[in-house]
Ligand binder design. Structure first.
Ligand code: NAD
Ligand code: TDX
Length: 350
């Protein structure tokens, strides 16, 4: 089986690539990534020399390049994670999100369709990794199920919703074998420090203010990134074609409570008197169109495919903070932009 994973140098993609390369030595895994600011090959240093792994630098928006790659490599399956992923960036530059998340996805669908049409025994699955944000925002009650109507509010979630629709349309119109999963907020090692949890870990470390949007009352449903990777593995291997699965850990937290917990944990780890880090909390102007609450009902995935998360929030947060504190070089490189020069040049010269 030759599997193309897109966006494998990013946060979640790197965990998925590592899992597949290590768990399935008989698969050939290609990791296609443009290496934007969010892509970092340091995330995959431990597996980069494995014989069943290859990195390919490329842009999914470039249709000619994608068509040629698929014609040459004849992939059996695709797991598509490449995306622009940060809501705040989508508010300042929506078009970049349309290009990568919508056009890029359609380019991959076209190339997959061509392989599928040439030989349906060759191409078995297009797995599209998406987000719970496509469902919009919840009030105090209820959870998103796979039947919840799409109602995206940010340019990011609108672009992801659009890509989900295209994936379903290619199934319904051309019979392309597809599956989609919509996951809640991830956290864990290798998370780019523009997102809430790694941003606050880095700021606590440097005694900088912790910017909390609005009153910090917005609720997110947090899942440890390795659990997302195992869910993707389960869905990739066991799902019914044409179906959708929600992924989540039944782990809802108000932003302010997550940050208070993080402050306490890091008082302890950094040997600071209790209450020191909480003083860094600073309420700032709210995000435009800020969704109030997300909560995922993952019963279908649990009942039909037997997946359950394995890491509690306390354990996952502990592991995450330990990872950031012991990977100073990664954090410094990412925040200073050093990796952008070093790793990108390394691959250009190969
Ligand atoms: P990320 O921003 O950390 O990584 C995205 C990766 O895609 C990077 O390596 C980047 O270089 C690559 N990329 C971007 N544009 C590209 C292009 N045009 N061509 C090729 N590669 C390109 O994102 P993430 O948080 O790891 O998210 C991965 C996927 O999971 C996304 O599709 C996202 O929508 C989805 N998702 C994320 C979360 C979350 O909490 N982070 C939750 C649910 C779903
Ligand atoms: O500085 C901040 N202060 C703050 O209060 C930042 C960066 C965020 N927030 C709030 C906004 C959200 O309510 O924290 C919450 C989490 O924010 P992000 O980490 O930016 O994540 P979110 O907007 O919820 O989106 C994430 O989860 C779903 C990912 O970035 C998406 O790619 C994924 O699809």
């Amino acid at each position: 089986m030759k599997v193309l994973i897109t966006g494998g140098a990013g946060f979640i993609g790197s965990h998925v690539v590592r899992l597949f390369v290590s768990k399935y030595p008989n698969y050939t895994i290609h990791n296609l990534d443009k290496l934007t600011y969010a892509g970092n090959l340091a995330n995959l240093k431990d597996i980069e020399n494995k014989p069943n792994y290859k990195f390919i630098k490329g842009d999914i928006v470039d249709a000619e390049f994608i068509d040629e790659l698929f014609r040459t490599e004849k992939y059996n399956a695709v797991i598509h994670l490449a995306a622009e992923s940060h809501v705040d960036r989508s508010i300042t530059n929506p078009l970049e999100f349309v290009m990568t998340n919508v056009i890029g996805t359609v380019n991959l669908l076209n190339a997959s369709k061509a392989l599928y049409k040439s030989d349906n025994n060759l191409f078995s699955k297009f797995y599209h990794v998406s987000t719970d944000e496509v469902y919009g925002a919840l009030g105090d009650e209820g959870m998103f199920t796979e039947e919840t109507a799409y109602d995206p509010h940010s340019p990011y979630s609108a672009s992801k919703a659009s890509s989900d629709h295209f994936v379903r349309a290619y199934h319904d119109t051309y019979g392309l074998p597809v599956v989609i999963s919509n996951c809640s907020n991830n956290y864990g090692p290798n998370h780019f420090p523009e997102k809430l949890i790694p941003l606050c870990i880095n700021n606590i470390k440097h005694n900088r203010p912790l910017p909390i949007y609005g009153k910090g009352e917005n609720v997110r449903d947090w899942l440890f990134v390795e659990d997302h990777a195992t869910a993707i593995d389960t869905i990739f291997h066991k799902s019914k074609l044409g179906s959708t699965y929600n992924i989540g850990g039944h782990n809802e937290w108000k932003n302010i409570d997550v940050i208070r917990l993080l402050c306490k944990l890091m008082d302890n780890k950094l040997d600071r008197p209790e209450g020191t880090n909480e003083k860094l909390i600073t309420f700032v102007k709210d995000r435009a169109g800020h969704d109030m609450r997300y909560a995922i009902d993952a019963a279908k995935l649990q009942n039909d495919l037997g997946w359950v998360p394995s890491v509690t929030f306390e354990e996952g947060l502990n592991r995450t903070v330990d990872w950031y504190l012991s990977n100073e070089e990664w954090l410094n490189d990412v925040t200073s932009g050093n990796y952008a020069n070093y790793y990108k040049e390394q691959y250009v010269n190969r």
